[in-house]
Design a protein around this ligand. Structure first.
Ligand SMILES: *Cc1c(COP(=O)(O)O)cnc(C)c1O
Length: 353
């Protein structure tokens, strides 16, 4: 039985695996027996490709998902009495079930104020970092150690290279490390049109969690340490956390498919373009209030409550938990123009009722 489900806008992880990733998954299988736990040639190859992409001899580790990538990366930067500065909408704060705190044995997340224009766009600012670091310096307060930013943000916006640099400079000033949750890093780079190095280590980022899943992999994220001193013992951390795949090649080989011929960038550009199409269509519909212009692959808009219900009754899946009743629509690497247009047509019908 092969029932084709229609495309949804709930999350970019609803999509399947892109053909290039699947090709290398099958190649890795066709090679027969291979050394386990990452000592295979696919892991070596994708690691080398990531080093080339970032133009630096970084340390790379592959894990199953973003929660593990973020949690373990942060744990490697913190002692239990440290804290991590992030926004109120940060995935590490709202959607990882306390994973960062758990894996760091208690490091606390310090959430920035949600009052500035930047905060409405899901962004942290150097000022917000400064305020949190200087608010308390006494022994009774967990000591700030890391700044974590999400690129692209949970609100579908993208930090410019200058914005990342400014945050990193403030972090350095206070002896903090910089972590980037890049679950949608590809979409951010596609928007910026810069090199991946420019918006990461050259802008002061120490560790990047580079998302593969939402970009077209079946599974897997890469934790990329630009400061190799910080990855000391990381391999043991990954193993202890149950994140060391024994058949590692099935996580790492699909990365070859993403990295070869810039498929990661093409996938991201396509998803971003579909978000623009959806945004433009939504903005033209009476009764829809677009919250802000998307920069990555997520669209945010406010719809009348009855339209939300009607669209969901029609079977469309999307989230509506962000930004005070706003709805979120995510586009994926395989979202088609026809799917966007079908969604818009149903919206048009329901709004006219
Ligand atoms: C999807 C996502 C992750 C990873 O989530 P997992 O479900 O653990 O893979 C991390 N950060 C952000 C911002 C995300 O959107």
């Amino acid at each position: 039985m092969n029932t084709f489900n229609r495309q949804e806008f709930a999350s970019d992880n609803y999509a399947g695996t892109c053909p290039e990733a699947l090709h290398w998954f099958l190649e890795a299988n066709a090679s027969g027996h291979e050394p386990a736990y990452g000592d295979d040639r696919w892991t070596q190859r994708s690691t080398d490709m990531l080093r080339k992409l970032f133009d630096i001899e970084c340390d790379v580790y592959f894990v199953f998902n973003g929660t593990a990538a973020n949690s373990l990366a942060l744990a490697s930067l913190c002692q239990s009495y440290h804290s991590v500065i992030c926004t109120p909408v940060a995935h590490i704060e709202t959607d990882e079930c306390g994973g960062p705190e758990f894996f760091s044995n208690g490091s606390k997340l310090l959430v920035a104020e949600n009052t500035s224009d930047a905060a409405r766009l899901g962004k942290l600012t150097p000022d917000a970092v400064h305020t949190l670091v200087t608010k308390r310096t006494d022994i009774h307060y967990p000591r700030p150690k890391v700044v974590s930013i999400t690129q692209a943000t949970e609100m579908g916006t993208v930090y410019s290279v200058d914005e990342v640099s400014a945050i990193s400079q403030m972090a350095r000033k206070h002896q903090l490390k910089v972590h980037m949750d890049g679950a949608r890093f590809a979409n951010a780079v596609a928007h910026l049109g810069c090199s991946p190095a420019d918006v990461t280590w050259r802008a002061g980022v120490d560790v990047l969690c580079f998302g593969g899943t939402k970009n077209g992999l079946p599974i897997g994220e890469a934790v990329v340490f630009f400061d190799r001193q910080l990855s000391e013992d990381f391999a043991w951390r990954v193993k202890q956390a149950g994140q060391l795949a024994s058949k590692m090649r099935f996580i790492s080989a699909p990365w070859v498919g993403l990295l070869e011929n810039d498929v990661w960038l093409h996938n991201a550009r396509h998803a971003n373009a579909m978000a623009q199409r959806l945004h433009q269509g939504l903005c033209q519909l009476p009764g829809v209030m677009c919250i802000h212009t998307p920069e990555a692959n997520g669209v945010f808009a406010q719809l009348p409550a009855k339209t939300v219900d009607a669209m969901q009754a029609r079977g469309w899946k999307f989230y509506q938990f962000i930004a005070g009743g706003g709805c979120r629509f995510m586009c994926a690497w395989d979202t088609t123009e026809a799917s966007v247009d079908a969604f818009l047509a149903d919206m048009h019908t329901e709004l006219a009722r």
